[in-house]
Design a binder for this molecule. Structure first.
Ligand code: MN
Ligand code: MN
Length: 468
């Protein structure tokens, strides 16, 4: 081919074809620095707040320090005012009042703050052959075998009979003990290895080792259990019945760390969905004088289907928007109809070791920015929230105008599986909603992987959208 013709082909391709680019080709040195700084703060957050309760407390503490006021129906609000609503210590809504009339709608960004984990049962404590255990019931979709032989920390609350609340957080400090679930040695695992993968470790085998030292006594049984209960009684003032009114969650005790020689990735427990909720929270803090009222929702219970009064299938978001509308003498329905939402949730990143589960032209790649997903759902888009082309066009313009690095992709190839997010429940409120999120590798594993540039891109996307 003559040289000139080749150039014409190239020119035409550049003009007409999509030109996906790695984030590093698009970011200035200054932006790379901002990105790294943001990710350092993200890692600190990951090590500080691991569960929905801890994130709720962390966020509300930060909001109070930044001058956010607790929302009360009927309160007088002006442009620039910042408010929050604490839903039962597990979900939080934060908002910055915009300059425009509330009837022009609000800009929403929603993400969840619960992550897959192991919950203690209500009768958790037992002893078996002189080892003390907690019985668990797993929360969210996990590969159970991944949760054995990793250091675990324990988080949550115990409500005593007198109503007193005991906060538990053990296994995160350097000097803390951790907890542990055993697996079989390979030498004796012949039969176990013949089980199918979901059964390699069964639900009732996820038993957490919590001790092994019996009470020193000549007689008596359950002396390990007794010694453990004595210890817990001395430390927390609880008796065994207090576990009945407790929420104790075991999560990996790992710290968030840079991954790779080039430190371009972050490994951590619970990127799903702190990697969307933290950038959304930070975007809310940094939005000071938005045109439209900006609202960020950090919700609970996404991993179990969003049911319950702290999940987004409940009415707490709708009630908040109605109450907010009433503060301005507006109709909640009208506000919702005019509102727009980014439903922020992680997506499956392309993993070159397992290429077959994704379709290469329509999936998210690490370091290619935050991923916009027009529709979710399984099989024939069952259970989907499918954003209209008009709304996709609007979001596309906002992101491009804001110089946000973004890509599009769907969760898996057709008919393989799929999944939903909270998008459908917000869209069902008559709000234009689209999915967006950070690509993750090893999603729902005890230690998940994301790329730093994508975390940064998520923050930038939420900020420009809330300010649009
Ligand atoms: Mn998830
Ligand atoms: Mn998620």
């Amino acid at each position: 081919m003559p040289k000139k013709e080749k150039n014409e082909v190239q020119e035409l391709k550049e003009k007409l074809f999509s030109q996906p680019k790695h984030a590093v080709q698009r970011m200035s040195d200054a932006e790379r620095k901002d990105c790294d700084k943001f990710c350092e703060a993200y890692k600190d957050f990951m090590n500080t707040a691991k569960t929905e309760r801890e994130i709720n407390a962390f966020v509300i503490d930060a909001l109070s320090q930044q001058g956010y006021q607790e929302f009360a129906p009927g309160m007088k609000l002006n442009a620039g005012d910042k408010i929050y609503l604490n839903n039962r210590g597990k979900s939080v809504i934060m908002a910055t009042i915009g300059k425009a009339d509330i009837r022009e709608g609000v800009r929403l960004c929603a993400a969840h703050i619960d992550s897959p984990r192991l919950d203690m049962k209500q009768h958790p404590l037992y002893e078996n052959q002189e080892i003390g255990y907690f019985k668990t019931h797993y929360y969210g979709g996990i590969k159970k075998y991944q949760w054995t032989t990793v250091p675990l920390s324990l988080h949550g609350v115990i409500i005593k009979k007198n109503g007193e609340k005991v906060n538990i957080r053990i296994g995160e400090e350097e000097s803390d003990p951790v907890f542990y679930i055993t697996d079989l040695l390979p030498h004796l695992a012949d039969e176990q290895m013949r089980r199918t993968a979901p059964q390699i470790i069964k639900g009732e085998e996820l038993n957490i080792v919590i001790g092994s030292m019996p009470l020193k006594a000549d007689k008596g049984n359950e002396l390990v259990k007794l010694a453990l209960m004595k210890l817990l009684n001395e430390k927390y003032g609880i008796t065994e019945d207090d576990f009945l009114s407790a929420e104790l969650e075991a999560v990996p005790a790992y710290k968030a760390k840079d991954v790779g020689f080039d430190r371009s990735l972050i490994g951590a427990y619970g990127h799903d969905d702190k990697v969307c909720s933290y950038p959304a929270f930070r975007a809310s803090l940094d939005v000071t004088a938005p045109e439209h009222t900006s609202v960020v929702i950090l919700t609970d219970k996404e991993e179990t289907g969003s049911d319950g009064n702290t999940g987004l299938k409940s009415s707490y978001l709708r009630y908040f928007l109605e109450d907010l509308a009433e503060c301005f003498g507006a109709n909640g329905r009208a506000v919702m109809r005019a509102s727009k939402c980014l439903s922020a949730d992680v997506n499956a990143g392309f993993d070159p070791t397992f290429p077959e589960v994704l379709e290469k032209n329509n999936c998210a790649y690490l370091n290619h920015g935050v991923c916009v997903t027009k529709f979710t759902g399984a099989r024939g888009k069952s259970g989907t929230s499918d954003a209209s082309a008009e709304f996709v066009g609007e979001v596309r313009k906002i992101l491009d105008d804001g110089d946000v690095i973004w890509q599009t992709g769907e969760l898996g190839r057709v008919d393989l599986g799929g999944g939903g997010t909270v998008a459908a429940y917000i869209a069902n409120l008559d709000i234009d909603t689209i999915d967006i999120g950070v690509p993750v590798l090893s999603m729902h594993a005890p230690y998940e992987l994301v790329a730093k540039t994508d975390v940064w891109a998520a923050y930038r996307a939420f900020k420009v959208f809330l300010e649009a």
